[in-house]
Design a protein around this ligand. Structure first.
Ligand code: 8YV
Length: 314
């Protein structure tokens, strides 16, 4: 992707393998025609003011809760994201977490490495069966659909919830639309696939965790603040639910106090789209969006095309 950009642009690459400080971000966007940015870059009015003259910020993510889209539109800056290319990798990761928690894979690995495996036992590290269980999917978009579709191989019943029923979801997965309470009560495993918005912040908190089965497992590969992490720690500690698999955290990269001490949770550092194939495709998509904007075209994954139409008198 960088080679592609280098053919057409003078590139300045952030050399640090870390999140930019706010001051660095404000400094680095100054005088650029286009910026390829990460979900850790909070893009608001101040940043767009500093980036005066920029045509585009290409976000290397499908989620764009880090972007004040209205402010970008006001400043005449186009914003793009990377939908589609990371769907399967993210859905796969939700399954990886579900298996890891249900079958105690990480716990078993630590136990074995520590030399604690002294002999096979019929009750050693019992987990939850996955095949034939009821899967609850909250969020019936691309990733939720891919996740639920993969459940067919495990003969699962799929329940789903979203703001409205989705025919596409049902056709792809055989899933049944239910209200959130029914889903939480009936699902053996609950996986979250919603974007982060005011209406999805703390979508799962104490009342929701209380509705879930004592044997339930919660999976989150969406955005951390969708789950009230303090409430989750309490529920896991008090065995209100059986376990959780988290790829995202409420105050990433910080973890809620006590979370890392729990055995019944598997934690990953926001790597759901981190495969060579997917990250390459995300980078190419972001680069192509950038190049389109620099050439004066409408970028294919533009989230605020009204900026383009306004500038081109359409
Ligand atoms: C990435 C993601 O890991 O696309 C998203 O919204 O959260 C993940 O695919 C991340 O955004 C990379 O910047």
């Amino acid at each position: 992707a960088l080679d592609l950009l280098a053919e057409y642009c003078d590139l300045e690459i952030n050399p640090e393998d870390r999140v930019l400080t706010r001051a660095e971000l404000l400094e680095k966007v100054r005088g650029r025609d286009g910026i390829l940015c990460l979900l850790t870059d909070i893009l608001d009015d101040e940043v767009f003011t500093a980036a005066k003259g920029a045509k585009i910020f290409a976000n290397l993510a499908v989620g764009f809760n880090n972007v004040d889209l209205e402010a970008a539109t006001r400043h005449g800056i186009m914003i793009t994201n990377t939908p589609g290319v990371l769907t399967e990798a993210t859905a796969d990761m939700a399954w990886a977490l579900l298996f890891a928690v249900a079958r105690r894979v990480v716990e078993g690995d630590k136990f074995t490495r520590a030399g604690k495996y002294k002999g096979w036992g019929p009750l050693l590290m019992l987990g939850q069966e996955i095949t034939g269980k009821t899967l609850g999917v909250i969020g019936a978009g691309r990733i939720g659909t891919a996740f639920a579709r993969k459940a067919r191989g495990f003969d699962m019943k799929v329940l789903y919830h979203d703001v409205q029923p989705s025919k596409a979801f049902e056709e792809a997965t055989g899933g049944q639309f239910v209200d959130k309470e029914t889903l939480l009560k009936e699902a053996d495993f609950v996986s979250l696939h919603v974007p982060l918005m005011p209406s999805t912040t703390h979508l799962i908190s104490t009342p929701e965790l209380k509705l879930m089965k004592k044997t339930a497992i919660l999976i989150n590969t969406s955005r951390g603040p969708v789950v009230d992490e303090k409430a989750l720690v309490k529920a896991l500690r008090e065995k209100e639910i059986w376990g959780a698999g988290l790829d995202v955290f409420e105050n990433e990269p910080e973890l809620a106090p006590g979370l890392a001490d729990l055995e019944n949770v598997v934690l990953c550092p926001h790597i759901a789209s981190a495969t060579w194939e997917t990250r390459t495709n995300m980078a190419l998509m972001a680069a192509n969006n950038l190049l389109a904007a620099l050439r004066g075209e409408l970028p294919p994954q533009c989230l605020n095309p009204e900026v383009y139409y306004r500038q081109h008198g359409k």
